[in-house]
Design a protein around this ligand. Structure first.
Ligand code: SF4
Length: 345
């Protein structure tokens, strides 16, 4: 792969590097709704949504605008009950994020009179706000200088400086944050951080980067950029089977409300190991954290022991399924069984 030769390191000519990045971003930066606002609440909502969800999903399926219409400020979010909050988050997954967002809103009301603090330590003290999110709020909302390192920035920096040490090692993480701080444009922190992230989303993407079009190629030291960054830990994916029963009675379906944990408050098909040998109506695969789950939905005769409702389970009107929060895989499985869909192998 052809890659322009580096003239000098970004650290040797910080102003030139920042200027090249800024000029490119001014001309080609993407227009996202969270880049049109300096409201820290709206910026925080976008950052939390984008933590585990792609930009295309957040924007294309209208999650961001709908959430802000439903909860336009921290006062409405802080007062939100579980049910409408999770409903507004339905489809985004990782529901813990929605609750943490609400906790942050409550803390801002309680400890800061409803105004997000313009202080990094105070931002870091808010629930669910880590170093990256604090840096994003500080620079994107307030245009104040704070470094930030996410996956995109980490990839760009390791390539710019040709660092092949594992990016998930302690010393390398320290280096990444120090390097992001050292390069940061204190005059234009919002544009600089946005540009660095966008460079990682566009030209300096995972796998094969587009170095010939890259606006900072003449500062880049990477010899084999496609091989960077290096990761030490490989996460292993475990296969898991879930066996659920599908029980209908007089226009109602038996569902189980989830207790403490990742899906707290949500309604799922009742899981029963004892149903594993019953006929399968539908199968669906989904991923959650490091698990690849196969949900088997079984036909269950009314007299089978697995048909009895357990504590936490209720018969829910089929007409009110849209009003409650059901994880996407369960909702899709219910729809498929009701529609008489073929099993998915
Ligand atoms: S795209 Fe990435 S690897 Fe390629 S020149 Fe630009 S910064 Fe370096």
């Amino acid at each position: 792969m052809l890659k322009p030769l580096a003239r000098q390191s970004p650290m040797e000519d910080k102003e030139g590097f920042r200027g090249a990045l800024r000029t490119w971003f001014r001309q080609h930066g993407r227009d996202y709704p969270w880049r049109r606002t300096s409201d820290p609440y709206a910026v925080l909502v976008s950052e939390v949504m984008l933590q585990q969800t792609q930009i295309a999903t957040v924007l294309g399926r209208g999650f961001y605008s709908r959430f802000l219409e439903r909860f336009p400020d921290i006062v409405t979010l802080a007062a939100a009950e579980d049910e409408p909050l999770l409903k507004a988050w339905e489809g985004l997954g990782y529901y813990r994020r929605a609750r943490m967002l609400r906790e942050s809103a409550r803390a801002v009301l309680l400890h800061h009179g409803g105004e997000f603090p313009r202080n990094l330590d105070a931002l870091l003290a808010l629930p669910g706000i880590g170093r990256y999110t604090a840096g994003a709020l500080f620079s994107f909302a307030f245009d104040l200088p704070a470094p930030l390192v996410d996956g995109n920035v980490a990839r760009v920096l390791t390539r710019l400086f040709d660092r092949a040490d594992p990016i998930d090692s302690g010393p390398m993480l320290k280096w990444l944050w120090e390097t992001a701080a050292g390069l940061l444009d204190h005059e234009h922190p919002r544009a600089f951080n946005s540009a660095l992230m966008e460079l990682g989303q566009t030209y300096c993407r995972p796998g094969l980067p587009d170095c010939l079009s890259c606006p900072v190629a003449t500062y880049c030291q990477a010899r084999e950029p496609a091989a960077l960054p290096v990761k030490a830990k490989r996460q292993t994916i475990s296969e898991v089977d879930e066996h659920a029963v599908f029980l209908l009675h007089r226009g109602k379906i038996l569902l189980s409300q989830q207790g403490k944990g990742r899906r707290e408050g949500m309604w799922r098909l009742p899981l029963r190991e004892a149903a594993a040998s019953l006929p399968v109506l539908h199968r669906r695969k989904y991923g959650i954290t490091r698990y690849r789950v196969t949900l088997h939905v079984h036909d269950c005769p009314a007299k089978h022991p697995a048909a009895a409702a357990l504590p936490g389970e209720e018969w829910i009107d089929l007409d009110s399924l849209e009003e409650i929060v059901i994880p996407p895989a369960d909702r899709a499985a219910i729809g498929a069984v009701r529609g008489g869909a073929e099993e998915i192998a």
